[in-house]
Write a protein that binds this ligand. Structure first.
Ligand SMILES: Cc1cc2nc3c(=O)[nH]c(=O)nc-3n(C[C@H](O)[C@H](O)[C@H](O)COP(=O)(O)O)c2cc1C
Ligand code: SF4
Length: 684
């Protein structure tokens, strides 16, 4: 613990009063729908997620994200249905659970307007103040009529009243890319007066909503607006408009705080500038938020890539904002505030900006953090590891993400841990990934685990290609094989010896010039990282995939920086074609290309062919260890899923329990590798 005097001087730990409500410190999580609702309701899983963060000290949790106020605002990523009365008891349970730890609880309410699709839920036409469609969701809206406006105003008031009834401390209205600011922006409002035309007319819908809400919830309930202060879009709302709107919101007397964002979200690229990912600037909109706070002298909240405590502290100390959002940072480490209070900032698991969390929800999945598999699984996965009753000797082979997580968790259980690693440095494929300048932050996944392992006395044997005898010599109780995989390029009818892998390119072993064909049959980051290296070096590159979409595993926001660089280089993108074989003809390669759709055959004459087809397990050691293990390497999947220790003593001559994790089993991703390790080792 830090001395009390030092704690009390930390700007982040100062209380903040908003009306009657006192936030116990300056750190909040902004609205972020992790897509955990069940039938639109925030049930046990949802509650556990927020309670974990409240317990560790976050001052304000803005729950949900885009909770729907109306029937014709179908959720785009499994949002809370705030238009249903049954939401009240669920939200009450959630609020009670967080209040118990002194955290304030609010919810973000919205109508998505055109930012959704009509072919969901009730198949109602979607609505907006113009017929203009949004690029990201592609659905053409109905241009709103007077009765649409009236009923949606009253829907907002109903939803606000439900949240008051649930015992929440307040609400926030979403106004960037959603219906509210579709009214504000000249780009999306073609209505006549009274709701279209001048800025005042375009703001009328918002103030009508606020009036209706205040009538129901009174003047004490906290109501804020999260809005864009500058759309940064030709013809859209500019900073002058943003400042004017900020002043009007304050002057209305109906709004208690401003929560600032900057930009637009109608395209993947716009969304990524508003919520930046790894490799992009840190805190890019903080100064802008500070300008709005300075101009309005009003309670101001903000979040956008403030991942580390030092930047958050600066935001508060410099008076840029009153409350600072560390949203994805809390998905990675829910215990940030507790660690600050206890003087353990250096132990915070860093958000590396991989954006696996956010990209997954747009792909229809639940939000998971790339390197904290307990997030979103609070009901059955621990954020803090319990010590084991019986201490064992654990040998881990491989210091990639799976191996290091296994070593970390085993060490925190109190076991004696030895890690063998063939390379001279830890990291495996993550280290390779981090070779791309824009993805360097990924190494935080490794560095954090190495630090945790060092603190627990894990022994590392680098530059050691462990064999069966080396492992046996340690007389382990448990052996965990996390040896990863090798690039799998052996997939062509012929000519496999003529191609190189994406790893060859990323590692710098293959510098390719001239005409290059990159056949991407995995659709993952490795292909695009290699593509950037190749095209940046001046080659003429064609990226070909048999899939019907490009780079499907990379997902929407992660694709943005790649496209921004690849589209400026000499790169063509070919979907739905499959590389079949390669042969050498004179000084060049002849690539024969077919299609899964049949009946077509093309040729490409190139200087190099790169194949990206994931990895094939490096499993030799595992198979050599199997015969002498208690369990022959078997995993009792039912016990694993139930969170019970593995038993598996089927071999009377066995000397150790043996398990294989990560890509040593099959090619998956970093999250899967780490989750393999956590869920197995937490019960060892
Ligand atoms: C999984 C996820 C879902 C999100 N959903 C919403 C949302 O519904 N409404 C909203 O205003 N912001 C949403 N956000 C954006 C966050 O509130 C925040 O602005 C963003 O993550 C940037 O802050 P950070 O860098 O601290 O994470 C979401 C973010 C994440 C990670
Ligand atoms: S997935 Fe990446 S961006 Fe999202 S919380 Fe985890 S580390 Fe941060």
């Amino acid at each position: 613990m830090l001395p009390v005097t030092k704690m009390s001087m930390d700007p982040l730990l100062q209380p903040y009063q908003l009306k009657h409500l006192i936030f116990k410190n300056r750190i909040m999580t902004t609205a972020h729908e992790p897509a955990y609702p069940e039938e639109g309701m925030p049930k046990e899983r949802y509650r556990a997620y927020h309670a974990e963060r409240a317990k560790a000290g976050v001052a304000l949790t803005m729950t949900a994200g885009s909770a729907a106020v109306s029937l014709d605002s179908p959720p785009v990523f499994n949002n809370i249905l705030a238009f249903k009365d049954e939401v009240v008891p669920w939200m009450k349970d959630l609020a009670d659970a967080c209040h118990e730890y002194g955290a304030a609880v609010m919810i973000q309410l919205t109508h998505l307007g055109r930012r959704t699709r009509w072919d969901k839920n009730f198949w109602l036409p979607i609505v907006s103040p113009s017929h203009n469609k949004e690029a990201a969701h592609r659905a053409f809206p109905k241009k709103m009529e007077d009765w649409d406006i009236e009923r949606i105003i009253s829907d907002y008031a109903d939803a606000a009243e439900r949240m008051l009834a649930a015992g929440l401390d307040g609400i926030e209205l979403q106004a960037y890319g959603h219906l509210m600011d579709q009214f504000w922006s000249p780009l999306t409002n073609t209505l006549e007066e009274p709701y279209g035309g001048s800025l005042d007319n375009r703001l009328k819908f918002t103030f009508d909503v606020l009036h209706a809400i205040r009538k129901r919830v009174g003047s004490q309930f906290i109501v804020g607006v999260r809005y864009t202060g500058d759309e940064v879009l030709e013809g859209g709302l500019n900073k002058t408009d943003g400042l004017a709107i900020s002043h009007r919101l304050k002057a209305s007397g109906m709004v208690d705080f401003l929560n600032i964002v900057r930009g637009h979200i109608d395209t993947d690229a716009g969304l990524t500038d508003l919520i930046p990912i790894q490799g992009m600037a840190s805190a890019p909109h903080l100064d802008f938020s500070g300008e709005i706070r300075a101009a309005t002298q009003f309670a101001t909240f903000h979040a956008a890539r403030i991942q580390d405590v030092a930047t958050a502290r600066h935001a508060i100390a410099a008076g840029k904002v009153d409350m600072i959002g560390m949203t994805r940072a809390h998905m990675t480490d829910p215990h940030i505030v507790r660690k600050i209070v206890e003087g353990r900032e250096d132990q915070i698991r860093p958000c590396v900006g991989a954006n696996y969390c956010l990209d997954r929800i747009y792909q229809g999945g639940a939000a998971y953090c790339i390197h904290n598999p307990a997030t979103g699984r609070e009901l059955f996965m621990p954020h803090e590891i319990e010590p084991a009753k019986v201490k064992r000797k654990v040998v881990v082979i491989g210091a990639g993400p799976a191996g290091l997580e296994a070593a970390r968790v085993a060490a925190e259980r109190g076991h004696a841990v030895i890690v063998f690693e063939a390379a001279s440095k830890p990291g495996g494929q993550v280290r390779l990934t981090a070779r791309s300048t824009r993805r360097q932050e990924m190494i935080g996944i490794i560095d954090w685990r190495m630090e945790r392992c060092a603190a627990r006395g894990v022994q590392f044997r680098f530059d050691t290609l462990a064999e069966e005898a080396d492992v046996a010599a340690e007389r382990p109780d448990v052996v965990l094989v996390a040896t990863g995989g090798f690039p799998h390029t052996d997939i062509l009818e012929s000519g496999n010896d003529l191609v190189v892998s994406t790893w060859d390119v990323i590692s710098g072993n293959a510098a390719l010039r001239g005409r290059v064909l990159l056949f991407d049959d995995a659709g993952d980051h490795a292909a695009l990282q290699a593509a950037e290296f190749i095209a940046t070096a001046g080659a003429k590159l064609e990226i070909m995939t048999p899939d019907r979409t490009f780079a499907p595993e990379v997902m929407a926001m992660n694709l943005v920086p790649y496209m921004r660089s690849l589209q400026t280089l000499d790169v063509t993108f070919t979907v739905t074609f499959r590389l079949e074989r390669v042969s050498r003809e004179g000084g060049e390669l002849l690539a024969v290309v077919g299609s899964d759709y049949g009946g077509v055959r093309k040729e490409r004459r190139v200087d190099h062919v790169v194949v990206n087809h994931g990895t094939i397990p490096n499993d030799e050691l595992y198979f050599s260890l199997k015969a002498n293990s208690h369990n022959f390497g078997a995993v009792d999947q039912a016990r694993l899923i139930a969170g019970l220790p593995q038993e598996g003593a089927t071999n009377p001559r066995g000397m150790y329990l043996l398990f294989r994790i990560g890509d040593a089993v099959s090619a998956r991703n970093t999250h899967a590798a780490i989750y393999d390790a956590l869920r197995l080792v937490k019960d060892l």
